[in-house]
Design a binder for this molecule. Structure first.
Ligand SMILES: [Zn+2]
Length: 210
């Protein structure tokens, strides 16, 4: 491997890419000559914004899992389900595939996303000795998981539709549904807001020892 440390960075050459129109701009100009957008070489405040969003999402995981997420009314009986009791209920009803999808979408994916983003932010914020290869793999996993974010909302709407159509049930979202939707939204924003160039800087400056 002899490709490292020879690549020229735009930052060293005084060049940066406009975030709006991708025009190559001189860093000292501050604004893009083509579209007028403010141009910064690196957005260091994005780490703080990302941390704030991620911590809020992690805190909201508690009400999302502890409070009921659906209220079902069937023949005058009211049944409140948390995510866990809902999955348990589906297993008891022999609906194992739906239970697995619900578990993956509402517990596994959000958890993995928060843990992944947390490792990623720790690696940028504090020089955590994680090898280049692992950081890159982690980055691709977070990117990949991101595409499945809508699965959670999709599963909830499908389950509600199934329940409403199949029997004489009436399913309504309960308080945890708001918290859960916020967890998904905030993790999405935390990943979106972060200036990924900060990670590439770290990768450029660190030699891979594994
Ligand atoms: Zn521009």
């Amino acid at each position: 491997m002899s490709t490292s440390n020879t690549s020229a960075q735009g930052q060293r050459l005084g060049l940066t890419c406009c975030p709006t129109c991708t025009n190559l701009c001189q860093t000292q100009n501050k604004t893009c000559p083509r579209c007028g957008q403010e141009v910064t070489s690196r957005d260091y405040s994005s780490i703080q914004k990302s941390w704030a969003l991620l911590i809020t999402a992690a805190i909201l995981l508690f009400p999302a899992n502890l409070y009921p997420i659906t209220v079902m009314t069937s023949q005058g009986q009211v049944r409140k389900d948390t995510i866990f009791s809902g999955i348990n209920h589906l297993i008891q009803l022999d609906l194992l595939p739906i239970a697995i999808i619900l578990f993956t979408a509402s517990i596994l994916v959000p958890m993995l996303k928060i843990i992944g983003l947390c490792i990623y932010l720790l690696a940028i914020s504090f020089e955590v000795p994680i090898s280049k290869r692992k950081l890159m793999a982690g980055f691709h996993i977070i990117e990949w998981i991101g595409r499945w974010s809508m699965l959670d909302l999709f599963v909830i709407s499908i389950t509600a539709a199934l329940v409403n159509m199949g029997q004489l049930f009436d399913a309504k979202p309960a308080p945890a549904a708001t918290a859960f939707a916020l967890v998904i939204l905030l993790t999405q924003l935390a990943a979106k807001v972060l200036d990924t160039r900060l990670l590439w800087d770290r990768l450029e400056s660190n030699d891979d020892r594994t």
